[in-house]
Design a protein around this ligand. Structure first.
Ligand code: SAM
Length: 304
């Protein structure tokens, strides 16, 4: 039989999913509803702090990520023991604690509510991962999380979007996973529908490759101006070159993609098709054409 709590959670989650852009308000209403009905978490509370789902946050109230969803988010992020994970608005600490338990990873939580921070610390001790996990009381819009290589979110679309400019300045390759909520104007690199009414999203912070580059090592020893117009992890652009014809000409391309530091785009002239695969590192684009190691290409920013 479906319990009252399951029913209410189902209704609440459906409301959240149907109206994602109003997520903080809906999460707040949901939490309030659960609070009024006295629904408590049986899994995470302890005798010092009776955890309620309506527990007060700053920009959004507390609602937990389920343990199985946490595991799915960590899998989607491809967490490794060498990662540094930050959960923004860490609630009772479930995500950092599970990450440390499963992967032995260093994990941090930033949480506004001091009672939840104290509870997270006790939960980490009970889970015997307190040597790997740290919780800090603070505001996610003030605290520094730039050292993260994995970022986890369960905040709502508008808060995700407020964080987006900071996230886009993080190290290229940082994986960002969100429970249920998207970011406006940044399409996810991957999304997985985990169960009815629940989807998890992955973004990989792209390196900044926007603008002008000078490519060398092209067939016939030519150089070319490469202009990239980057929109998050996608880009299009043009190559101004004479490598494939006698007259200098401009080739336009679309559908380029940068995944962290890895770059791929295709272009063609009237005779041949080319695929460039490479990476951005130390301010340089290096790669090969058509998977042929004998066709290495390098691009640098023009000298000023
Ligand atoms: C929906 S809960 C998610 C909790 C946890 N990350 C999880 O997935 O189970 C959002 C959490 O963010 C916290 N929070 C809200 N605004 C915050 C802010 N500006 N800075 C830090 N934490 C905040 C709330 O107290 C709450 O615990």
């Amino acid at each position: 039989m479906i319990s009252a709590m399951t029913l209410i959670l189902g209704v609440a989650l459906t409301m959240v999913v149907l109206h994602k852009t109003r997520a903080p308000l809906l999460l707040g209403l949901t939490a309030l509803l659960l609070s009024l009905l006295g629904c408590t978490s049986t899994n995470y509370g302890d005798d010092q702090f009776q955890l309620r789902m309506a527990t007060h946050g700053k920009d959004i109230m507390w609602m937990p990520t389920k343990v199985e969803t946490t595991h799915e988010m960590l899998t989607l992020a491809g967490v490794r023991s060498t990662d540094i994970l930050y959960d923004l608005g860490s609630g009772d600490g479930v995500i950092p604690i599970e990450a440390a338990k499963l992967y032995g990873v260093r994990a941090y939580g930033i949480e506004y509510n001091p009672n939840l921070v104290a509870l997270s610390i006790r939960n980490a001790q009970r889970a015997k991962v307190h040597n790997l996990v740290n919780f800090k009381q603070g505001d996610i819009f003030v605290e520094d999380f730039s050292q993260a290589t994995v970022l986890t979110l369960f905040l709502g679309e508008s808060l995700n979007t407020r964080l987006m400019p900071t996230i886009l300045k993080m190290k290229p390759g940082t994986r960002v996973v969100s429970n249920t909520f998207r970011m406006e104007s940044w399409i996810a690199d991957r999304e997985i529908k985990t169960r009815p009414g629940e989807t998890i999203y992955l973004w990989i912070v792209p390196a900044n490759i926007d603008g002008l580059w000078v490519m060398s090592g092209l067939p016939k020893g030519d150089t070319a101006n490469l202009v990239i117009r980057q929109k998050k992890q996608l880009f299009d652009g043009s190559i101004d070159t004479s490598m494939m014809s006698h007259a200098r000409r401009t080739i336009y391309f679309e559908d380029g993609r940068i995944t962290g530091q890895h770059i791929e785009f295709a272009f063609k002239d009237s005779q041949n098709s080319y695929i460039f695969k490479g990476q951005m590192s130390a301010g340089q684009l290096t790669g090969i054409l058509n998977n042929d190691p004998k066709l290495p290409v390098i691009a640098n920013r023009p000298r000023r």
